[in-house]
Ligand binder design. Structure first.
Ligand code: SF4
Length: 178
């Protein structure tokens, strides 16, 4: 199942930015799938993109995803890497046009619904063990956890990022007393 390695606390984008190409032809290759802007967790040593665990600046659209800070992303999102930097490190989608064109041969993959359901216990275990980076979209993560596991979830800040935990009845009664 999952390895001991931490989730990939990285995200990537295409286009102009830190030491990367920005011409129109390069930009046009992006299919707006959003995979590169989602967190990946290793499952059997393969980086698996986790739906619902995305950069706080990534917004779903009717056909895919869009970055809401694209022009300024390298200023406001220091975790964001240009595709030219991210591709060789495996931070883009494995079937991304940039990855295929450059022949990197590595990257994040999307599981089928059935595969995702099968590996969910291991994915959840890794999320609860390692936590997530602070740049993720918190509401999307909490919503995903509630949809999958039920209950009410919270995020606690740690030295490495955020740790998801399920709120207990004790937590609720303490907050009622405050
Ligand atoms: S800022 Fe976030 S959403 Fe925008 S390109 Fe970078 S990782 Fe993707």
């Amino acid at each position: 199942m999952t390895s001991e390695r931490a989730p990939q606390h990285t995200a990537a984008s295409t286009g102009a930015g830190v030491s990367g190409r920005s011409d129109a032809a390069h930009e046009a290759q992006c299919r707006r799938c959003g995979v590169s802007c989602h967190l990946a967790i290793p499952v059997n040593d393969v980086p698996v993109m986790i739906p619902g665990l995305r950069c706080q600046y990534l917004a779903p659209t009717s056909t895919g995803f869009d970055c809401t800070v694209y022009a300024d992303r390298f200023k406001v999102a220091p975790w964001c890497h240009h595709a030219d930097v991210a591709g060789p490190q495996g931070f883009l989608a494995r079937d991304c046009p940039y990855v295929l064109a450059e022949g990197f041969g590595r990257g994040k993959i999307r599981l089928s619904r059935q595969q995702y359901d099968r590996y969910w216990p291991a994915i959840l275990g890794e999320l609860l063990r390692v936590g997530v980076p602070e740049w993720i979209h918190r509401a999307a993560l909490l919503s995903m956890l509630t949809a999958r596991e039920g209950g009410v979830w919270q995020l606690t800040a740690t030295s490495d990022g955020l740790l998801p935990t399920r709120r207990s009845a004790d937590d609720d009664s303490r907050s009622d007393e405050q």
